[in-house]
Design a protein around this ligand. Structure first.
Ligand code: BGC
Length: 350
């Protein structure tokens, strides 16, 4: 069954944006727009069956265009940071926007989160979008063609699948930047939520949040989420240098699962509502970010002021700065290769 979506406004350049509602028989609902591939809303039940929204965002397109910390968006061409906005590929140096503390972040000034994607297909439970990023767009080489599909399953799982090809060697690291808050309608911050991550090593960072190149053991540190931990318990433990550098959690964990394998790797649980989210991916890492830079200047849906730690991200990805880190799994995509990756967020109650 085809899904026409609803007009959601226009960009300043006059491009029309459509908002699609995916819905399953259990009543779970996901709203996604073709601007930035942004997940605008996820309505999922608490333990009493009450449907509430579990992601941060806005009610209108104009608010997303004006100022957003990547709420719900697809980030790319390269998710997270590249040191000094420079990398060398096949002997050639490329210069990117270095808009975050002198570092490149999330694809540059006009990343994939700010592009209007083409709608390839929309049905009651899935939406396929495509985007062609031109050679040297934001400084990245190669014409890159991306197709991605969001699917809502009958068992309350949202999967995000990406495919891409290029006509010149390039680097690529796509991720979804949803800020989850399982309390429902963002009514509380995320400090009481319990997180578990199947990762025994952390991608350690320096003071501008660029990886040092070292993968350090989480054992005995506030970064050990191999067993579930309440987020707020150790987030201000300033005896940990990495906590101080990140202003809390803003790091990539190196997942324990075998390279390239698709597996469940993280859970989040909110004890008051009983909502639980289980994350699976085939990516080697996950950037767990606790909204440390949210400073209260934005008001989101439900009139909620978005203050520090009001949402948490689990951005499945390759490690930040991989293009400059020969020991990290490669993010290079060459002509003739197909980039293919999948992540899923499953919602349940406990
Ligand atoms: C980064 C944070 C950044 C946030 C929003 C995360 O992926 O690691 O440092 O503030 O995205 O841009």
């Amino acid at each position: 069954m085809s899904n026409p979506g609803k007009p959601f406004g226009q960009t300043p350049a006059g491009e029309s944006v459509t908002l699609y509602t995916l819905k399953n028989a259990k009543g779970m609902e996901v709203r996604i727009m073709n601007y930035g591939g942004i997940i605008q809303k996820i309505l999922t039940p608490d333990r009493n069956g009450k449907l509430e929204d579990v992601v941060l965002g806005f009610e209108t397109l104009q608010e997303y265009i004006k100022d957003t910390p990547y709420f719900g968006a697809i980030v790319g061409r390269f998710g997270n940071r590249i040191a000094n906005g420079k990398f060398t590929l096949d002997g050639k140096e490329y210069t990117l926007a270095a808009q975050n503390n002198g570092q490149h972040l999330h694809g540059g000034l006009i990343g994939f989160d700010k592009k209007v994607w083409k709608v390839e297909a929309a049905s009651a439970q899935s939406l396929s979008l495509s985007y062609v990023s031109k050679d040297m767009e934001e400084g990245f080489p190669g014409n890159l063609s991306i197709k991605m599909t969001y699917t809502l399953s009958e068992d309350n799982e949202i999967s995000v699948a990406y495919e891409a090809t290029t006509d010149k060697a390039t680097v690529l690291n796509l991720s979804n930047h949803s800020y989850f808050n399982l309390s429902g309608n963002a009514k509380r911050d995320i400090l009481n939520q319990e997180v578990q991550i199947d990762a025994s090593r952390l991608v350690a960072v320096n003071k501008v949040l660029i990886p040092t190149g070292e993968l350090t053991p989480v054992n005995g540190t506030p970064f050990d989420f191999t067993k579930p931990h309440v987020v707020g318990d150790r987030i201000n433990d300033t005896s940990s240098e990495q906590i101080v550098l990140g202003g809390g959690y803003d790091h990539c964990w190196a997942l324990d699962k075998p390279a390239g394998s698709y597996a469940k790797m993280a859970t989040v649980y909110e004890p008051v509502s009983g909502r639980k989210m289980t994350v699976s991916t085939d990516q080697p890492g996950v950037q767990f970010y606790t909204g440390n830079f949210l400073d209260g200047h934005l008001t989101g849906k439900y009139g909620v002021q978005i203050t520090k730690r009001h949402g948490l991200c689990l951005e499945t990805e390759h490690f930040p700065d991989s293009p400059n880190q020969p020991n990290f799994p490669s993010t290079v995509l060459r002509p003739g290769e197909v980039y293919k990756t999948k992540t899923a967020y499953k919602f349940s109650v406990n």
